[in-house]
Design a protein around this ligand. Structure first.
Ligand code: TXA
Ligand code: MG
Length: 321
């Protein structure tokens, strides 16, 4: 298959109507989309990503009314969050109806839903008569793409059309939550911080963001892993045992003396978490492409989006911190 890239939404819609795959921009990361109501189309996602079928997908749509067409109920608290954060980086688990094929949810009776915040994708969704199932548009276990070129580099030939929506503004995946018996459970830390959600609805009863319970695949221990080893710790100390010419640095705020500038990514000089999140995956990809042996990185403060970033760093790294 020849992969086209552009902003032609009619062409993109045509591919989707025919059951083909289209990469869509969102504010978090790019998604690999198919008609969520068409099981053959959805199967192509798993094939293209080499994704195990036990790992369920997120369904994207453009309005709460649309969500109600393929779900059984929408708890009050969940709806409050949806109204506050959609379109945006929050995914909500809701009981599905029969319109959603079991393949989408890996046999679970809940479906993960979100309204993404990207003008091109919202317009596309409004022109379709079905929602879009879309995981991140990367091969399974690899870093999520935050530009159209990242998608092309890894899925060329496997996707009909890539909508080029520019650089993803948030840069890390959505936060996944469920409201069950009026309790709030977070399954994946992401683009909307725990503190922000707490401010809106009060208590959060549980954060199950642990690799020992892979209900959500972002939870598998080694996820987001580049091909070079990433080592987490104190960069200064770790550098004592590494060859400066063969080492990449992924730092939060401060570059290292004595390491070539081209081998370093500083996520945010001013220490801004949102800016750091925006550059995280592109930074990992950049370093992964260099002629180096190892990438040294460090944790951010455990607050706000820092927690979600640390979660990605821990999963990408070969050390456990
Ligand atoms: O920001 C995002 O969420 C991006 C963009 C494209 O929307 N999508 C994304 O999809 O990150 P993916 O497939 O890479 O991650 C979706 C996560 C997986 O960890 C999956 O296990 C979890 O959502 N998930 C989906 N449905 C679920 C369900 N019913 N119960 C629990 N976890 C679910
Ligand atoms: Mg993913």
């Amino acid at each position: 298959m020849n992969t086209l890239i552009g902003q032609d939404l009619e062409t993109a819609a045509q591919f989707l109507k025919e059951g083909a795959l289209v990469a869509i921009p969102t504010e978090t990361v790019y998604g690999l989309a198919a008609n969520a109501f068409n099981v053959e189309a959805v199967a192509k996602i798993f094939e293209a990503k080499n994704r195990p079928s036990f790992d369920p997908l997120i369904v994207h749509t453009h309005s709460i009314e649309e969500v109600e067409k393929f779900t059984l109920n929408f708890p009050e608290k969940a709806k409050k969050l949806a109204k506050k954060f959609w379109p945006g980086s929050l995914t909500i688990l809701l009981p599905k109806n029969q319109l959603i094929p079991d393949l989408v949810t890996a046999g679970l009776n809940t479906v993960a839903v979100r309204i993404p915040n990207h003008p091109l994708t919202i317009e596309l969704l409004k022109n379709l008569e079905f929602p879009l199932a879309a995981p991140s548009a990367n091969p399974f276990g690899y870093i999520s793409p935050t530009t159209a070129l990242h998608v092309e580099a890894q899925l060329e030939g496997k996707v009909g059309y890539i909508i080029d929506g520019g650089y993803c503004r948030v840069g890390i995946e959505s936060t996944i939550i469920e409201i069950k018996d009026n309790k709030t459970i977070i399954y994946r830390l992401g683009g909307i911080s725990v503190e922000t959600i707490k401010n809106e609805i009060g208590e959060i009863e549980e954060i199950r963001n642990s690799s020992s319970n892979p209900k959500a695949s972002g939870m598998l221990a080694s996820h987001y892993a580049p091909s070079k080893p990433i080592v987490l710790g104190n960069i200064d100390t770790m550098l004592e045992n590494h060859d400066a010419q063969k080492t990449g640095i992924l730092a939060f705020r401060t570059p290292q003396q004595g390491i070539p500038e081209s081998h370093q990514v500083v996520l945010s000089k001013s220490g801004d978490f949102a800016e750091a999140a925006q550059h995280l995956f592109a930074g990992m990809r950049y370093l992964d492409g260099l002629d180096i042996d190892v990438i040294l990185t460090e944790l951010l403060p455990e607050e706000g989006l820092g927690r979600a970033i640390n979660d990605r760093l821990r999963r990408a790294s070969t050390t456990k911190l």
